[in-house]
Design a protein around this ligand. Structure first.
Ligand code: NAD
Length: 487
């Protein structure tokens, strides 16, 4: 697994900040070939099926092929997936933005490079041995077989490739039921994994997907006897569905990450870090900053630092008007009126969102900020847009109380800017999130400028956390009684 030098990390972070200029460069490097969910530039994508049962059978054949390979051969496939991902990141980044209408090309390119470099491979699978008076017991991490994976529209190809590396490293075959709004780019990534597999001497089809994924095809996947593990990355609806399937399931669900800034923080750095994190891929990552609780005595300074870093402050009436546009009222199955995010607004540029309320902002505006109270829709809903509400608080007790409530018990991600270790520890303990980032942009939590491996499947509800190859294994024990202890 590649690691970054400090200089490389600085460069990555600089790239993120200069994202407004970068898309032009990335776009010129892109291949503009036409594509569908089954073809790219007239070439048929490998591993794409019209029938979920056929896709599962093909993934099962892939699993059987991989079972007969050595770990070294598996690692060669993964090395080739990493190489092709780096090489074709600009294509997937451009396609992802085009197809979904969400996010930023340069940021998506960086996300693919992150996946290529920092997703663990076979080195993550480590056996354990226990010896004693009764002999030797070995515990090995075995594959499940065929994994059924459901992937989101927000990080579509990133999740397909990240899941594939981990699941293949663990020795599994994989069938995907990707998000219908991101099917072309998800299937491009499935094809990339299969091309890498064939280049490295593996089977032609190792991972599979659907040409037209639907809830019905997801249902076939969830009930098919050959599917031994379900891995779902998405919102609350789909996580609930797979956890009710009766199969072993890993659920990576929604978040609404709060940020606390207290009066010991480096306010200039906090303002910059929060805007950098919040605007990364237009706030699509589930870990990105979604609402800020700022101590009253530093709030003005923090807001001014945010504005210096590309934030545009709107008034309370403007915020209310925008909330009426980015959230839609719908009637749920129980007949209750609920607010859901407008798909036409998720992941859009701040300037595009501002235009919706009649504000023509300079092109370099990256984020919309506004002061609200705790009950405002912007605080309570996971928007996945570059809109950041700021709530003033009087002290750490109030900050923690409100931030924990805003996180809604997702136990996903939270952030804090502070130099007070008591405050940092108290919030970390109270919020109980899978990821807690201190004094850095949110993306440090997935290995971008922070230590540790990356994942795009953060499994809070089922507890695997920052998933990697070992999350997709089952433990098997082999016992040799009374022998093989050599001391
Ligand atoms: P989504 O929930 O709309 O869709 C996710 C996937 O689930 C799609 O493939 C969709 O087709 C499928 N799906 C939806 N309902 C289903 C059902 N009842 N049965 C089977 N499949 C179903 O998600 P999205 O909008 O693409 O992604 C955003 C959401 O995902 C946010 O809530 C975000 O926080 C979350 N997310 C979480 C993680 C994580 O690692 N925890 C990562 C990315 C996204």
């Amino acid at each position: 697994m590649a690691t970054y030098t400090e200089a490389e990390i600085r460069k990555i972070v600089e790239n993120i900040v200069k994202a407004e200029e970068a898309p032009k460069a990335a776009a010129s490097a892109n291949n503009n070939a036409p594509y569908t969910s089954t073809t790219y530039g007239g070439r048929k994508l490998i591993g794409i099926y019209s029938d979920m049962n056929e896709a599962i059978d093909a993934a099962d054949a892939g699993y059987r092929a991989i079972r007969s390979m050595t770990v070294e051969q598996r690692e060669k496939i993964i090395t080739e997936i990493r190489r092709l991902t780096r090489e074709e990141a600009p294509i997937m980044a451009k396609m992802g933005v085009e197809e979904t209408g969400m996010g930023k090309v340069e940021h998506k390119r960086l996300k693919h490079i992150l996946v290529a470099d920092k997703t663990p491979g076979t080195e993550d699978i480590v056996s354990e041995a226990k010896t004693g008076d009764s002999g030797l017991t070995l515990t090995e991490m075995a594959p499940f077989g065929v994994v059924g994976a459901i992937t989101p529209s927000t990080n579509p190809s990133e999740t397909v490739i990240c899941n594939s590396i981990g699941m293949i490293a663990a020795g599994n075959g994989v069938v995907f039921n990707p998000h219908p709004n991101a099917i072309c780019v998800s299937n491009y990534a499935v094809d990339l994994v299969n091309r890498a597999c064939a280049n490295a001497g593996g089977p032609e089809v190792l991972v599979c997907s659907m040409d037209k994924p639907t809830l019905d095809s997801a249902n076939v996947m969830q009930t098919h006897p050959k599917i031994r593990l379900l891995v779902c990355t998405g919102g609350p609806g789909v996580v609930k569905a797979v956890l009710s399937s009766g199969k072993k399931a890993i659920g990576a669900g929604a978040g609404n990450p709060p940020v606390i800034v207290d009066d010991t923080a480096d306010i200039a750095k906090a303002g910059k870090d929060i805007i950098d994190g919040c605007t990364f891929d237009n706030n699509l990552p589930c870990i990105a900053e979604k609402e800020v609780f700022a101590f009253r005595n530093i709030a003005d300074r923090l807001i001014s630092e945010m504005v210096k870093n590309g934030a545009y402050k709107i008034t309370k009436p403007q915020a209310d008007k925008l909330a009426g546009i980015v959230l839609e009222e719908k009637t749920n199955k129980a007949g209750k009126t609920v607010k859901t995010v407008s798909r036409d607004c998720v992941g859009r540029d701040a300037t595009v969102l501002l235009e919706k309320i009649g504000v023509k902002a300079p092109k370099d505006v990256r984020c919309i900020i506004c002061e609200t109270d705790f009950n405002h829709d912007f605080v309570q809903h996971e928007l996945m847009m570059p809109i950041l509400p700021i709530v003033r608080v009087n002290n750490i007790d109030e900050a923690i109380d409100l931030a924990v409530k805003a996180e809604h018990g997702n136990r996903h991600t939270a952030h804090m800017h502070s130099k007070n270790i008591d405050n940092l520890s108290r919030f970390a303990k109270a919020v109980e999130t899978t990821i807690f980032v201190k004094n850095a942009p949110s993306y440090a939590g997935i290995g971008f400028g922070g230590e540790g491996h990356t994942t795009f499947t953060i499994a809070g509800p089922t507890g695997e956390g920052i998933t990697s190859a070992k999350s997709f294994t089952r433990k098997r024990r082999c016992v040799m009684a009374d022998s093989f202890r050599i001391i």
